[in-house]
Design a protein around this ligand. Sequence first.
Ligand SMILES: [Cu+2]
Length: 149
Amino acid sequence: MRPHQRIAKPDTRPNIARLGDFVLPLRVKRRTVFARNRLIAIAFAAALLAPAFAGSVALAGDAEVRIDNFTFSPQRLTVKAGTTVTWINEDDIPHTVAASSRAFKSKALDTDDKFSFTFTTPGAYEYFCSLHPHMTGAIVVEAATGAAQ
Ligand SMILES: [Cu+2]
């Protein structure tokens, strides 16, 4: 009886220890797989939501000024700080967009050429066409509020 019990004890302990060693890594693996699945799910959700956010930001942050018949239209445009304004020359002769303060200046824009400038600092930016200085316009940049951003 006693010799059997003595033999049995060393036999069961390593078995439990082996089982424990085997079960523990399995649990850890399951958790990491679950964590990976959650990360993938979050990544998918972010990928799905990103275009919606990008779209709304683009709508809020972009503005256009068209150039046609020697006229900037709208001639005076008010935007929030951080807005990118794009001028498009729809006239059949070249024009430029040049800030009176020299904050920005385009090259000569041929028909359908574009020029963009991002206004980060609030203020009134008067500009003109350096080829036809009677062509004038203004961009008024307002401080960006939390709601508008
Ligand atoms: Cu011009």
